[in-house]
Each structure stands twice: as C-alpha cells, then as structure tokens.
Design a protein around this ligand. Structure first.
Ligand code: ZN
Length: 189
C-alpha cells in the first residue's frame, strides 16, 4: 500500500512539474506596432490627466521594443538617437492637450508648458510631473549634456538645457518621435 502511495505521489509531482514547465514555455502574445498605436490612442486626455500608473515600471526586451516601435521611434527612444530639427511632427504643434511617452504612454508634458524655442524641436519649460522624467549625464559628441529619459520605461526623450523661459529657466528639448499627443477634447466616435 505504501509502495502504491509512493508511486502516486511521484506521478502527481511529475505531472505538476510538467504543467509548470508547459506554462513557462507558452509563448507571450505578440504585440505589434499597430497594437501599440491602438493602445496609445486609447489614452484620452482625461485618462492622462488622472494618470495613476506613475510607479509601475515598464520593462521590455530589445526584441519587444523593435516590434512595438517604428524604426525612427526605435532609433530615438531605445538607441539615444536625435531626429532632424524642423522637419518633425510636433515642432510647430500648439494644440491643447498632453504629450505622452511613445514607448509606454506615460504623460510627460502638457501643452501649457510648450513654447517656441526656435531650435527646431518641440520644447517645454517643465514636465507634467517632476517624477515623469529622469535625468542622466550624457558625455557623447564631446559635450556634457543632461539627457532626459521617461521614468516609467527609461526610453530616451531628449535633453534639458538651462536657456529656457520663465518660470523655470529650463528648456526640455524633445524628439517628436518620442512623443504621442492626445488632444484636450476627446474625438467624437
Ligand atoms: Zn515611457
């Protein structure tokens, strides 16, 4: 009797181990660039202004980022790239609303802090919340600059300089490719 119980126990343990392994092996759902755009478009102004996800970190593999982002977005956000001045989406864009992180959807800048810096890139004098961005010293290209990253997904957004307007005196010089704009009025469906 003890012998049969031992066999039964061994069998149960083997089956549960197999079940766990099977679970671990099941593939993650593939999230495409299109799915990511749909996800960003669902973040309305109201949702962005009442954002409660500030403490949730977003961590993805390099392969996952490549699936989510276009090649230009990937180059800026994940490879510290800089887009060309002037010929970018939000340089001359002054609609009222919120600019989200293109990588994770975290609200980063409100239109009320956007101004024309004449640099050719969208510029803001403050982030929407102090903890929406993180700063990092950047010593590339024989310069010492302060890089700005999204605090949630740690994607590269641009740089901050101390030649901005009042009240902060700061210029957050961002890449349009790193941002996704959501307008104040929700679009009618
Ligand atoms: Zn982000």
């Amino acid at each position: 009797m003890i012998y049969y119980r031992a066999i039964l126990l061994t069998l149960t343990l083997s089956l549960s181990t197999f079940a766990c392994q099977s679970q671990n092996r099941s593939p993650e759902p593939v999230v495409t660039h299109h799915d990511h755009e749909v996800f960003l478009n669902q973040i309305t102004y109201t949702i962005a202004m009442s954002d409660s996800t500030k403490n949730e970190k977003v961590v993805k593999t390099d392969e996952e980022w490549r699936q989510l982002l276009s090649s230009d977005e990937y180059r800026v956000l994940r490879n510290h790239g800089t887009e060309l001045p002037w010929a970018n989406k939000y340089n001359s864009h002054y609609e009222e609303g919120v600019y989200l992180c293109k990588g994770c959807g975290q609200p980063l800048f409100h239109s009320k802090t956007k101004y024309n810096s004449r640099s050719g890139w969208p510029s803001y004098w403050a982030p929407i919340r102090e903890d929406a961005v993180i700063e990092k010293e950047d010593r590339s290209f024989f310069m010492v600059r302060t890089e700005i990253l999204c605090s949630r997904c740690e994607s590269h957004l641009g740089h901050v300089f101390d030649d901005g307007p009042d009240p902060s005196g700061l210029r957050y010089c961002m890449n349009s490719a790193a941002l996704h704009f959501t307008p104040k009025d929700e679009p009618a469906n």
